[in-house]
Design a protein around this ligand. Structure first.
Ligand code: G3P
Ligand code: MG
Length: 253
C-alpha cells in the first residue's frame, strides 16, 4: 500500500492568497491561482446547522460584518454576511464559501488543496470529519488532496473512513511533541506540517528519514526561510506566494 501519487508544490497559498484577498474565500483561491500557486491551504468547519464552510476562526467577528460564534449560525444567516469589506472595499461582495462551492472552484481551476480540519474549542472532531470527509473524497482526486489537522482524533477518524492509498493525511505540529513518530504512525501519515520557526534541524532530519513529506507553515519572508530548503522541506505554506515565487525564480535564474 502506498500513498496517493501527489506531486507536491513548492508553494501552498495559506488560506488562499490571504495577503491579497480575504482569507479562505473563493476570491483568495482565485488570487492564488492567478499568482501561479497550484495548491492552497484552507480551513473547514461546520455551522450550527451542520453546513460545512471554509472558515478559520471559531467566531465570525474578525472576518465579517457579523458577530458571534460560527456554530450558532445557519447557512441562510451565514451566506448573507459580508466577508470581504474587512479586508478591502473592493471585496465588499464576497460571501462565505461553503465547502461545496469551494470544491467546485478547486476542480474548475484544477488546483490541489491541503484542507485543514479545524477543530475549534468545544467542537466534535468526529461529527466534523463525518460531515466533510466524504464530500471531499467524492469531489477531488486523491492526487489533489491532503487532509491535515492539529487534532489527532480527527485524523484517526479520517483514517477509519479512508485507507492510506485513497487519502493523504498530514499531521500539524506547533511544538513538535516527543511522541511525534507514534502519532504519525497511528494515522499512517503522508506528511508532517510543522510551524517552521520551532522546527529543529535534527527533528526535520528524523522526519525526513522516516519517509514523511515536510510542509512548513506559515512563512512569509523567503530570505528568513531560505536555508530550510536544505532541510528537505517539500513545501512552504505562505500568505505571500507571489513574493516567494519571485524570490525562488530569481535564485534559479
Ligand atoms: O495548515 C497550516 C496552518 O494553517 C495552521 O494554522 O491557524 O493558520 O490554521 P492556522
Ligand atoms: Mg489552517
Amino acid at each position: 500500500m502506498t500513498h496517493p501519487a501527489i506531486t507536491l508544490p513548492t508553494l501552498i497559498a495559506h488560506r488562499g492568497y490571504s495577503a491579497a484577498a480575504p482569507e479562505n474565500t473563493l476570491a483568495a483561491v482565485r488570487a492564488a491561482h492567478e499568482a501561479g500557486a497550484r495548491w492552497v491551504e484552507l480551513d473547514v468547519q461546520l455551522l450550527g446547522d451542520g453546513t460545512p464552510v471554509i472558515w478559520h476562526d471559531a467566531e465570525v467577528d474578525r472576518c465579517s460584518d457579523g458577530r458571534g460564534n460560527l456554530n450558532t449560525l445557519t447557512w441562510p444567516q451565514a451566506k448573507v454576511l459580508d466577508v470581504g469589506s474587512w479586508f478591502g472595499d473592493s471585496f465588499a461582495d464576497e460571501k462565505m464559501a461553503s465547502l461545496e462551492a469551494m470544491l467546485a472552484l478547486l476542480n474548475e481551476l484544477e488546483m490541489g488543496v491541503n484542507m485543514e480540519i479545524k477543530v475549534n474549542k468545544g467542537r466534535d472532531p468526529i461529527e466534523l470529519v463525518n460531515r466533510v470527509l466524504p464530500e471531499m473524497l467524492d469531489a477531488l482526486s486523491p492526487e489533489r488532496l491532503i487532509v491535515s489537522s492539529f487534532d489527532v482524533d480527527a485524523l484517526k477518524h479520517c483514517r477509519t473512513l479512508a485507507p492510506k492509498e485513497e487519502l493523504a493525511l498530514g499531521v500539524l505540529f506547533g511544538n513538535t511533541p516527543r511522541e511525534w513518530r507514534a502519532l504519525c504512525e497511528a494515522v499512517d501519515a503522508f506528511s508532517i506540517h510543522p510551524h517552521w520557526p520551532r522546527l529543529k534541524r535534527d527533528q526535520a532530519d528524523a522526519m525526513h528519514q522516516a519517509g514523511y513529506q515536510l510542509l512548513c507553515y506559515t512563512a512569509n519572508d523567503p530570505s528568513a526561510f531560505n536555508n530550510r530548503w536544505e532541510w528537505g522541506i517539500a513545501s512552504v505554506i505562505t500568505d505571500e506566494p507571489a513574493i516567494f515565487k519571485r524570490f525562488l525564480d530569481n535564485q534559479h535564474s
